[in-house]
Design a protein around this ligand. Structure first.
Ligand SMILES: [Zn+2]
Length: 122
């Protein structure tokens, strides 16, 4: 069971399983937030303090909402908005909120989300 939290601890996340890969995306939002991102079926990530302690941000094609802690400002996760988009049915979690040993154990793949939506290591 992997548990993580934002910097101040107001938002706490528990992953349903151990991720093997994560995504480092270069799109206009992700390159600012950092990450890397790991993905799970929507509803399988336990998130305490959400939505009470979080604020959302919707951008671009409005397919997902990215959430941050309203106290420390750290981005914690995203949720799908559009049921037909790429993001539908998935939860994105910012792995930066977890144990450094877990982050180090995961293979990070670089995604060209800014342009081609292809992994650069394919
Ligand atoms: Zn916080």
């Amino acid at each position: 069971m992997h548990q993580g939290s934002c910097h101040c601890g107001a938002v706490r996340l528990t992953l349903p399983s151990t991720p093997e890969t994560a995504t480092d995306c270069n799109c206009s939002l992700c390159r600012r937030i950092g990450g890397p991102w790991v993905y799970f079926p929507f509803g399988t990530v336990d998130i305490q303090g959400h939505p009470e302690q979080t604020e959302g941000y919707v951008q671009g094609d409005r397919t997902l909402c990215t959430y941050r802690c309203r106290h420390c400002g750290v981005t914690t996760h995203w949720e799908p908005i559009s049921p037909v988009a790429e993001a539908a049915g998935k939860h994105g979690v910012n792995l930066g909120n977890f144990d450094p040993a877990l982050i180090a154990s995961v293979r990070v793949r670089r995604l060209d989300g800014a342009d081609t939506w292809k992994f650069l290591d394919d």
